[in-house]
Design a protein around this ligand. Structure first.
Ligand SMILES: [Fe+2]
Ligand SMILES: [Fe+2]
Length: 274
């Protein structure tokens, strides 16, 4: 058996984020010898959700699975995609009856060995506008029904959360049961990348694939007006070159992480990374 090397990319924001993925992902895949790529796509369409067409574009660029968040349903035609496309997930703890799924497994062929990779999307409850089921309860139910190393060879969890306290607690309860727990939603990459004591890699937020000379991907003009005044102003995605932010996790035969490294490529936040 051999290790799996998996890249997780933070929220892809607007046209600059999509362009960066389209132009750079094939090179990153080759340079880092990646087996599988998961990306959060909740802001890929003008910062507001993911259209059906952009979902297919991103899947064709080399992303294997797309996760979402509080913007999951901003684009109307994503509902049909969520029902028919196995590779696009919305948070698993959305209320019962919501279109789509929040967990799925995917087969990956490597060295004549078939590996099964699980991907799960969760949604936080602290400082977030959506009504969702408890992500801790959803996690406990999943853990009771699935076992890392038996039901899948790796499990990647995108926990879409605002508060670092909540993602840290989620990372802790999953330690030993997942390969990686990584946050999305704040768009700011955090400096706490590590493998936890029981072998689950963790980073509070992956950051975004977007323009960093901005407010979370949006042009400053409308955002500053919103903060300075008492009424909303229209906001537009920032223009410029996006930085691609994420983490690369190496997963051993038992499904636990052997290493995890942040990745930042291009744009204002370029770093050497992995
Ligand atoms: Fe986001
Ligand atoms: Fe979000």
């Amino acid at each position: 058996m051999s290790d799996l090397k998996i890249l997780f990319l933070g929220d892809i924001f607007g046209r600059p984020g999509r362009k960066a993925v389209k132009e750079n992902l094939a090179t990153i895949r080759a340079e880092h010898n990646l087996d599988f790529v998961v990306a959060n796509g909740e802001n890929a369409t003008s910062g507001r959700g993911l259209s059906a067409a952009h979902a297919q574009d991103l899947l064709q660029c080399g992303i294997d699975v797309i996760t979402l968040g509080d913007h999951a349903f901003d684009q109307r035609d994503i509902t049909q995609t969520l029902s028919s496309e196995q590779r696009v997930l919305r948070p698993a703890n959305f209320t019962k009856g919501t279109a789509g799924r929040g967990f799925n497994t995917f087969t990956y062929q490597k060295d004549n060995i078939t590996k099964k990779i699980g991907v799960m999307n969760l949604h936080g409850t602290v400082f977030m506008r959506m009504n969702v089921l408890c992500p801790f309860a959803a996690s406990r139910v999943h853990m009771a029904e699935h076992t890392l190393g038996e039901d899948y060879d790796a499990l990647i969890i995108d926990a879409h959360t605002e508060a670092t306290s909540e993602i840290a607690a989620l990372g802790h309860i999953w330690d030993g049961h997942a390969s990686l727990v990584v946050g999305t939603h704040t768009h700011i990459p955090t400096a706490d990348t590590r493998v936890q004591p029981n072998g689950t890699a963790f980073q509070s937020d992956a950051g975004m694939c977007g323009v960093f000379n901005s407010s979370l991907g949006m042009d400053f003009d409308g955002v500053v007006k919103r903060f300075e005044n008492s009424r909303p102003y229209p906001m537009q995605p920032a223009t410029g070159t996006a930085t691609m932010c994420g983490v690369i996790v190496t997963v051993g035969d038992n499904g636990l992480a052997t290493s995890v490294t942040p990745l930042r490529v291009g744009g204002d936040l370029q770093a050497t990374g992995a």
